[in-house]
Design a protein. Structure first.
Ligand code: DX5
Ligand code: ZN
Length: 218
């Protein structure tokens, strides 16, 4: 499967965000991961659709919008209008409506993805396999960059990839978010994930291009 690297702009300097996104594209990023936090679903507040709209003209890469918000369904239209290409919503925020929210997102012409937190059992996302374009497994507690990868996540990724294969959706994009480093990237990919989010690992380095290709395994 194609390995895709999605740098998270959570770790970027927001005063120079346009230039930063251009640089990420030039350095080989595959997606731009945008962490939207509402101060309710998670304690911090980051940014919303307005920011996505402002970075849109700076890159052709897909904007991968990870909504860490309550009632994410109320924000879909704004993010689509702003230029989002993928919208991820948490199972913990949507509950039994998750599949319906994924369908709403797809109706708007963008890709839909469902996310689970570290404390949520992987089986909670199985219902989404049929409707989702991507599934996101959190490998840290959402809210902050720079945390340590939770090793139990690897088992969840394996179980999810096996379930996707069994369901005839073996080519599903499985994204992993939080604490991804050059050291643990091979284990994460071996477990079955093919989309790696990286915030601190990319932004703490002076060689973004080198880090992105090392994460990809080149
Ligand atoms: C955490 C965010 C992540 C975060 C990852 O709530 O969803 O996308 O930016 O940052 P690192 O790679 O530093 O753990
Ligand atoms: Zn994220």
């Amino acid at each position: 499967m194609k390995i895709k690297i999605a740098p998270s702009i959570l770790s970027a300097d927001f005063s120079r965000i346009g230039e930063t996104v251009k640089t990420l594209e030039a350095c080989g990023a595959d997606l731009i991961h945008c962490d939207v936090m509402d101060g309710n679903f998670v304690p911090p507040i980051t940014f919303g659709a307005q920011m996505v709209k402002q970075i849109r003209p700076f890159t052709k890469l897909p904007l991968d919008c990870h909504l860490m918000t309550l009632h994410p369904e109320t924000h879909i239209e704004d993010f689509v209008k702003a230029g989002a290409d993928i919208i991820s919503v948490h199972v913990e925020a949507c509950g039994k409506d998750t599949v319906n929210v994924l369908r709403e997102i797809k109706k708007c012409g963008v890709k839909a993805s469902a996310v689970i937190n570290p404390e949520t059992r992987v089986g909670e996302i199985f219902d989404c396999v049929e409707d989702a374009d991507m599934l996101l497994v959190m490998s840290v507690h959402p809210g902050w960059g720079g945390q340590k990868f939770i090793p139990e996540t690897l088992k969840k990724i394996e179980a999810l990839r096996a379930f996707c294969v069994k369901s005839g959706r073996g080519e599903m994009d499985i994204e992993v978010d939080g604490g991804v480093t050059i050291e643990n990237a091979s284990d994460i990919k071996a477990a079955g994930a093919n989309v790696l989010v990286a915030g601190n690992t990319v932004f703490k380095s002076s060689d973004m291009r080198g880090v992105i290709s090392a994460l990809r395994g080149e």
